[in-house]
Design a protein around this ligand. Structure first.
Ligand code: NAD
Length: 286
């Protein structure tokens, strides 16, 4: 049975450091203010926003929530983001996704101010990832890396497999692993033999959003599994949140993140850290 990578404990540590950084900023007369924008009610997003609000409170960040009507147009949303980009009181902005179908997520993300983009999803921040001077690192990818490093593994030379190649999760994770000199394979919906790729992985990161996509029986003995997926399923008439990997507890993996309680809390903690660091970078004297 694998050892659990305790995302909550990691998040607590990151939040404690972030709270100290926020206090240091306060002593310089600056305060971190995180504005979150959501379009339409969505149970998973509502829950995620509540987690962010609590983490902001714990770290000393002011949290401002804007909930726009579900029929808000792309143009109206861009105007809202533009206003936040110009608002000097706001130091971080987070656009909640998924957005309603009539809004092009990529297009509206371009309206974020890269300096306030705490999620690291603006093309400028994604571009910085490819250089050795990263801007705001996409927080879910950074959280997955934190979970891997918490095991004490040296990534150099390890065979890492990432399943999922989205712009904001899979691709950034692959780049972060490559930077640490892991040999990285990226799988996606075009991959022909996924179980074969899984069997080769010493480090496996799964970020797809399909419960049961990876089976514990296929995991390589001694591997590290980071399950980024979040899926709501029904078990015995009750709703449950699970990841993309099933049967990990009975597998021969050495380490695994739980879902919930793995990558999720670390992602939220890193959002807060990005916000405080963005605030510091916006100080005129720094
Ligand atoms: P996405 O829909 O943008 O991308 C999904 C990826 O999965 C794509 O690259 C696609 O090619 C791949 N895929 C689909 N079917 C596949 C298959 N059968 N085999 C192999 N690959 C397949 O999703 P995303 O935004 O990258 O999010 C992925 C998951 O991570 C979701 O469950 C999401 O809820 C979760 N997530 C978690 C956190 C967190 O903090 N824990 C944060 C963001 C996203």
């Amino acid at each position: 049975m694998p050892q659990l990578i305790d995302g909550k404990a990691l998040a607590t540590k990151i939040e404690a450091e972030t709270a100290r950084e926020a206090l240091a900023l306060e002593s310089m007369g600056a305060s971190a203010v995180l504005a979150t924008v959501q379009v339409g009610a969505h149970p998973a997003v509502d829950l995620y926003v509540r987690h962010q609000a609590r983490a902001a409170e714990r770290t000393g960040i002011a949290f401002r929530r804007t909930l726009l009507a579900a029929d808000t147009s792309e143009r109206q949303l861009m105007r809202e983001l533009d206003a936040l980009a110009r608002n000097h009181e706001v130091s971080g902005v987070m656009l909640q996704t998924p957005l309603p179908d009539h809004i092009n997520t990529r297009a509206v993300r371009r309206a974020l101010d890269p300096a306030k983009d705490v999620e690291g999803v603006h093309p400028t921040n994604l571009g910085w990832l490819l250089s050795d001077r990263p801007g705001m690192v996409p927080c879910t990818a950074a959280a997955a890396l934190e979970c891997i490093l918490a095991t004490g593994i040296e990534l150099r030379g390890k065979r890492a497999v990432v399943i999922g190649h989205s712009e904001t999760v899979g691709k950034p994770i692959a780049i972060l692993l490559m930077e640490r000199l892991a040999t990285v394979t990226v799988c996606h919906h075009g991959t022909l033999d996924l179980p074969a790729e899984v069997r080769a992985a010493e480090v496996l990161v799964v970020a797809v959003g399909k419960a049961g996509l990876v089976q514990g029986a296929d995991l390589r003995p001694g591997c590290i599994v980071v399950d980024v997926g979040i899926n709501e399923i029904e078990v015995d008439g009750k709703r449950r949140i699970v990841g993309d990997v099933s049967g990990v507890a009975a597998s021969a993996a050495a380490w695994a993140t739980p879902v919930p309680g793995g990558v999720g809390p670390v992602t939220v903690a890193l959002l807060m850290r990005n916000c405080v660091r963005a605030t510091a970078r916006q100080l005129p004297s720094l």
